[in-house]
Design a protein around this ligand. Structure first.
Ligand code: HEM
Length: 414
């Protein structure tokens, strides 16, 4: 580095810990050398968050958050704003891509046991991020003011009305009105603009927590507790590799592949057959005409299927609402439900492997069921798969403590 650059850097470093921060989180942050495909999704989640914030700000420059103008303003963005159609499709595809990446990111944590000690708080911050993502997506879903936006929001906000005693007031409070109206649209836009920045702050905390405890790996071995010394440093973990440039370059490869797939959807199949943008949403909201079949976007449908699986009690959907929220809140308890002697699925026994496989299938089946019109057969299937979903968590303390596990090696295996 030139003398002048060094001088400038030391001037900055005396006033701001730039080199120190770079070293702590990049060049001298050692990540396990056996990180594989599953560790792409953290950096892809950062990339999608940035895509959503940037494309969202651009959309907000032309979007009109009023019931009278919202639908027309999206049409105007699609037809008249320069590259408006591209920005809109980047944002709508980005929403689904964000959830695909996050579900794979969370699944990786189940595979490697990355919610276990010392990463309990890292996981809990993650679950809070997941809740904030769902709130952001829910508020954003109303903004196009299409038929599915309007009626989807109507269904979800009405769930608040199912809460005993305070329900009706709660629903009016959320809507700002007695029905989904201009007031609701305005405040949902405000929240949809604010929450991504809350998300960014949560992600900052998430990464700080991660770099404090260190990254886990497919073997579930704490490299920090292992032998020291590698070709970069005598004090660093022997099984560690500097994050920069090795994993930054690796994550860049993941990003290139992701953006290629992302572009195929944006340019050739932005609605993805109605999965990413539903056909009824190309019609303006009509409070007097209900669409044939109301379903939320696919990333919410596993929980929607659970809601519909629980029969109403005394005409109230409240039991279904409770089951739906418990299905998400139970994620907070995961670090304490898993009693296994080992972290990674690699060394866990057949019960854990079977239950995790069953859980993955269950989640996908529930997502599919939530997209279907409600029939007696689908309701029965949703009841069975909702039970299996909770069985994965509620039986975990038993099957993880009784099953036979394999011995975990001293050092990470590549
Ligand atoms: C905006 C959303 C999110 C972003 C940007 C994000 C980012 C990251 C990054 C960059 C990493 C390190 C790289 C990696 O191992 O993948 C990571 C690790 C982790 N994340 Fe997230 N994350 C997000 C949401 C979540 C959610 C929703 C959960 C769980 C509910 C979660 C749980 C974890 C865990 C447990 C680790 C540690 C993995 C390990 O060390 O093996 N994250 N996250």
């Amino acid at each position: 580095m030139s003398a002048e650059k060094t001088e400038n850097l030391s001037w900055i470093d005396k006033r701001f810990p730039l080199t120190e921060t770079w070293k702590a989180h990049f060049s001298d942050y050692y990540a396990p050398k056996n990180l594989n495909f599953w560790s792409f999704f953290g950096s892809l989640a950062i990339l999608t968050l940035v895509i959503q914030i940037v494309s969202g700000i651009w959309l907000a420059m032309s979007y009109k958050p009023s019931a009278a103008e919202a639908f027309a303003s999206v049409e105007y963005i699609m037809r008249d704003v320069e590259w408006g159609w591209l920005i809109r499709y980047i944002h709508s595809t980005g929403a689904s891509a964000f959830f695909i990446v996050i579900y794979l990111h969370m699944f990786r944590a189940l595979l490697w046991g990355s919610y276990r000690k010392p990463r309990e708080l890292l996981w809990i911050i993650g679950v809070v991020i997941y809740l904030a993502m769902m709130a952001t997506a829910f508020f954003g879903y109303l903004l196009p003011w299409g038929q599915m936006s309007f009626w989807g929001a109507q269904v979800i906000v009405n769930l608040f009305a199912a809460v005993p005693v305070i329900g009706d007031d709660l629903a009016v409070w959320v809507r700002g009105d007695y029905v989904i109206s201009d007031t609701t649209l305005n405040r949902f836009f405000a929240f949809h603009f604010l929450l991504p920045f809350v998300l960014a702050a949560l992600v900052f905390l998430h990464i700080v927590a991660l770099h404090h405890v260190g990254s886990n790996n497919p073997d579930g071995i704490e490299i920090k507790a292992g032998p020291k010394g590698n070709r970069w440093s005598d004090t660093a973990p022997a099984d560690g590799i500097p994050f920069h440039p090795y994993f930054t370059v690796k994550d860049l490869v993941g990003m290139v592949v992701f953006l290629a797939l992302f572009s195929v959807v944006v340019f050739y199949a932005p609605t993805l057959g109605g999965l990413f943008i539903e056909a009824p949403n190309f019609q303006p909201a009509n409070p007097f005409q209900t669409p044939e079949h109301i379903a939320p976007v696919w990333y919410f449908t596993p929980y929607y299927a659970m809601l519909r699986a629980v029969p109403p009690m005394y005409g109230s959907q409240f039991p279904g609402v409770v089951v739906m929220f418990l299905a998400i809140l139970i994620l907070f308890a995961l670090p304490w439900l898993d009693r296994s002697k080992v972290k990674s699925m690699r060394y866990k026994g057949v019960f854990s492997k079977f239950m995790l496989g069953m859980f993955a299938v269950t989640f996908v089946v529930l997502a599919w069921l939530g997209l279907q019109p409600s029939t007696p057969l689908y309701t029965l299937m949703a009841q069975i798969f909702t039970a299996l979903y909770f069985a994965f968590f509620l039986l975990m303390p038993i099957y993880t403590s009784i099953e036979k596990t394999k011995p975990v090696p001293e050092r990470v295996t590549s």
